[in-house]
Design a protein around this ligand. Structure first.
Ligand SMILES: *[C@@H]1O[C@H](CO)[C@@H](O)[C@H](O)[C@H]1NC(C)=O
Ligand SMILES: *[C@@H]1O[C@H](CO)[C@@H](O)[C@H](O)[C@H]1NC(C)=O
Ligand SMILES: *[C@@H]1O[C@H](CO)[C@@H](O)[C@H](O)[C@H]1NC(C)=O
Ligand SMILES: *[C@@H]1O[C@H](CO)[C@@H](O)[C@H](O)[C@H]1NC(C)=O
Length: 207
C-alpha cells in the first residue's frame, strides 16, 4: 500500500509544480495517503507481529515524540510564534529518523523492510511539500534545538523503544499536527486513542 501511495504522491507533487491546486490542499492530500499506510492493522502486522517479542531499537530521546510533547510545545511556545508548520516539520524530522533506524536493523528480505522503505519514500515526498510551505521561516529556538539534537549522532543521550510504539507515536502525532487536514475530530486528545488501544488488545487476544 505504501508503494502505490508513493505513486499518488508523485502525482500530487506534480500538482505542486504546476500550481493548479493550493499547496495546503496538496499537503492534506499527501497526509491522507500517509494515513492509509499507517492504519493500525499494518502497524501491528509489520512492526509487532513480524518482529521478535519486545524487540527495541536505540533512538534519541527527542524521537519519542508523543501527543504530550505536541501539547507541551504548543503551550510553552505560543508566545514565541510557534506555528503548526514548525510542528509538522519537527514531526517529519523525528519520523524520518525513526524509519531510517528501523530500516537499518532489518535485512532486505524481511517482510517489514519494503513497508518501511515505502513509508520513508512517502515521508520524503511530504517533506518536499512542507518545505515548499516553510520557505525561509525561522522556527522558535526550542524547535531549532530539537532539530539539532535529532541531527546529531546517537551518543550516550539515547533511549530504547519498540518499532510499534514509535509508529504509534508517529500516527497519533500526525493526526494532531496536521489537524487542519482532519477537522472533524480532535485527534490531539489522548482520550481519543484509547479506543485504538482497546481494538488492538481485542485483536491480540483473537490471534
Ligand atoms: C485514515 O485511513 C483509514 C484507512 O484507510 C480510513 O478509514 C480513515 O477514514 C482515514 N482517516 C482520515 C481522517 O482520513
Ligand atoms: C515482554 O515485555 C512484557 C512487558 O514488559 C513482559 O511482561 C514479557 O514477559 C516480555 N516478554 C519476553 C518474552 O521477554
Ligand atoms: C518529549 O517528551 C519526552 C519526555 O516526556 C522527552 O524526553 C523528549 O525529548 C520530548 N521530545 C521532544 C521532541 O520534545
Ligand atoms: C520489495 O519491493 C521490491 C520492489 O518493489 C520487490 O522487488 C521485492 O520483491 C520486495 N521484497 C519483499 C520482501 O517483498
Amino acid at each position: 500500500m505504501a508503494r502505490s501511495g508513493a505513486w499518488i504522491l508523485g502525482w500530487l507533487f506534480g500538482l505542486v509544480l504546476t500550481q493548479s491546486v493550493s499547496t495546503t490542499e496538496i499537503l492534506c492530500g499527501a497526509v491522507k495517503v500517509v494515513n492509509d499506510s499507517l492504519v493500525l492493522k499494518q502497524r501491528v502486522h509489520f512492526m509487532r507481529h513480524n518482529m521478535p517479542i519486545n524487540f527495541t531499537i536505540k533512538v534519541h530521546y527527542e524521537e519519542i515524540f508523543k501527543l504530550r510533547n505536541v501539547s507541551r510545545l504548543r503551550r510553552n511556545l505560543q508566545d514565541q510564534g510557534l506555528l503548526d508548520i514548525d510542528l509538522q516539520e519537527t514531526w517529519l524530522r523525528v519520523n524520518l529518523g525513526v524509519l531510517k533506524k528501523i530500516r537499518s536493523v532489518l535485512p532486505r528480505n524481511h517482510p517489514s523492510y519494503n513497508y518501511t522503505v515505502g513509508l520513508e519514500e512517502l515521508f520524503h515526498k511530504v517533506g518536499v511539500i512542507v518545505q515548499e510551505l516553510y520557505d525561509q521561516r525561522e522556527p522558535p529556538e526550542r524547535i531549532q534545538n530539537i532539530w539539532e539534537a535529532l541531527a546529531s549522532p546517537l551518543g550516550k543521550q539515547r533511549t530504547e523503544a519498540t518499532p510499534k510504539s514509535l509508529l504509534d507515536n508517529c500516527y497519533h502525532t500526525m493526526m494532531c499536527v496536521f489537524q487542519s487536514c482532519f477537522p472533524s475530530v480532535d485527534y490531539c486528545q489522548r482520550s481519543y486513542w484509547r479506543n485504538e488501544k482497546k481494538a488492538q488488545n481485542q485483536g491480540l487476544t483473537q490471534n
